[in-house]
Design a protein around this ligand. Structure first.
Ligand code: DOR
Length: 447
């Protein structure tokens, strides 16, 4: 296996409180040495990878994405989804079980893991269903799914409405130590809704999805987590009220972790006016006040991680109007660029951003999969190298994902993944060498 010396980059590893310019050596798929510019690496045979002016950090970890295999391959496959992950700087991704049929049995989990090993370019950890066929009626064989390799459990796309079932799942979580991940939406309050309930839904005359639908379910789940002692992980939090409920729960030491998506941190409900169905997502894009609360929640540790909820769909799924189009945003490839906007505007520090994409999701994964989300010596060489200042055009033709559904198409983002290394192997390298002028040319062509 090729050895690499990554030279002169700013090495940031929040888990080890490391932030300094230096060199990093990869041998046999592992991080073998870190040193300052003056020291020579112990091992003389390597290829060099210049990283001057670039950030070198642990590979990003996404605890929530949709890979669609099996039987929804027109939307995405394990091959295309993991390539998209690599382009986005992710070296570990957890895929949701809302495939067709869903991942509600051990052979289905096994299928994803086996396929990911042969066709995937990054690590894939499947999430199993909480209920059989995601019907919300009967618990799956959670233990069997866990033995087959499920990292956690969710009916994502749908909430677990039945409180007794959710309670049983959380009871099981207490003894197994694995998370129960709920999609917090009281569907009796959102029925027929397509965008956030508020100013824009009123103006467009569209049925809305109220913030309360998320908040009431979070409240219920927190009570169940408190009663059972199980580990509740809350998916894609989108409301200011939700952040407050989680804050209070953490103060009471309830076992809860929470995630927020890049789109809920960066886009308001207004985006549907400009981008139509490309901005239709569940939970819906909310208000500036919600965004501010989510960012504050992230900065204060109320929200533990950023997860993409990468939800690829076909052109046909998104072509119709807002009432009929599918919910979801293809997010793996725009995560860094969109979130770097928050860093450039001083709303999030670079370290916090990297923490929420590396060491914090690694903490949630625990040690079952080895030492992830770190640049520590002897850990797998899962590394992301990015240029925090590089402007790039979101051009759908360059997407590896089959899902071209993004409200970022045609926008220029500042912050670009330059290379992704997984287990010592280069799985993505930016070859564009795009300069500012080149971007201008591309924008003109694009228009
Ligand atoms: O917008 C969404 N799309 N939200 C979900 O919870 C599910 C996802 C999907 O699977 O397309």
């Amino acid at each position: 296996m090729k050895s690499w010396l990554i030279q002169g980059g700013r090495l940031i590893d929040p888990g080890q409180k490391l932030d300094e310019v230096g060199n990093l050596l990869i041998t046999e798929g592992k991080i073998s040495w870190l040193g300052s510019g003056e020291e020579s690496p112990p091992h003389p045979n390597y290829s060099t990878l210049p990283a001057h002016g670039l950030i070198v950090c642990p590979g990003f970890i996404d605890l929530h994405c949709h890979l669609r295999e099996s039987y929804l391959e027109e939307k995405e496959t394990i091959a295309t989804g993991t390539q998209a992950a690599a382009r986005g700087g992710f070296t570990t991704i957890c895929c949701m079980p809302n495939t067709n049929p869903p991942l509600d049995n051990a052979p289905a989990i096994d299928y994803v893991r086996t396929k990911a090993k042969t066709e995937g370019v990054v690590r894939v950890l499947p999430i199993g269903c909480i209920s059989t066929d995601r019907q919300g009626k009967k618990l799956t064989q959670l233990g069997e799914l866990a033995s087959a390799g499920a990292f956690g459990f969710s009916d994502d796309g749908l909430p677990v409405l039945d409180a007794e079932l959710m309670s049983q799942a959380l009871e099981w979580s207490r003894t197994s130590g694995l998370p129960i991940i709920n999609h917090c939406e009281d569907t009796t309050l959102t029925a027929g809704g397509v965008i956030n309930e508020g100013r824009i839904s009123l103006a467009l005359g569209l049925p809305g999805m109220p913030a309360m639908a998320e908040e009431t379910m979070i409240e219920r789940d927190l009570k169940l987590a408190e009663r059972t002692g199980g580990w509740l992980h809350l998916a894609h939090i989108s409301t200011a009220g939700g952040v407050e409920l989680i804050r209070q729960a953490k103060m009471k030491n309830i076992r809860v972790t929470a995630e927020v998506t890049p789109h809920h941190l960066t886009l308001t409900e207004e985006r549907v006016i400009e981008c139509g169905t490309q901005a239709k997502v569940n939970p819906p894009l909310r208000t500036q006040q919600d965004i501010s609360a989510l960012i504050r929640g992230l900065n204060e540790g109320v929200i533990d991680i950023i997860a993409t909820d990468h939800a690829p769909h076909t052109k046909t799924d998104k072509r119709s109007d807002l009432t009929r189009a599918a919910f979801g945003i293809s997010g793996l490839e725009t995560t860094l660029g969109s979130l770097m906007g928050l860093v450039h505007r001083g709303q999030l520090t670079l370290t916090t951003l990297i923490t929420k994409l590396t060491s914090e999701p690694a903490r949630i994964l625990g040690h079952r999969y080895g030492q992830l989300g770190t640049l520590a010596i002897d850990s797998p060489a899962d590394i992301t190298i990015f240029d925090p200042k590089k402007d790039w055009l979101v051009d759908l033709k360059t997407f590896a994902s089959k899902g071209k559904n993004t409200p970022w198409a045609g926008f220029v983002l500042k912050g670009k993944v330059m290379a992704t290394i997984y287990g010592g192997k280069m799985v993505y390298r930016d070859e564009s060498g795009t300069t500012k002028t080149k971007i201008q040319e591309t924008i003109t062509k694009f228009k």
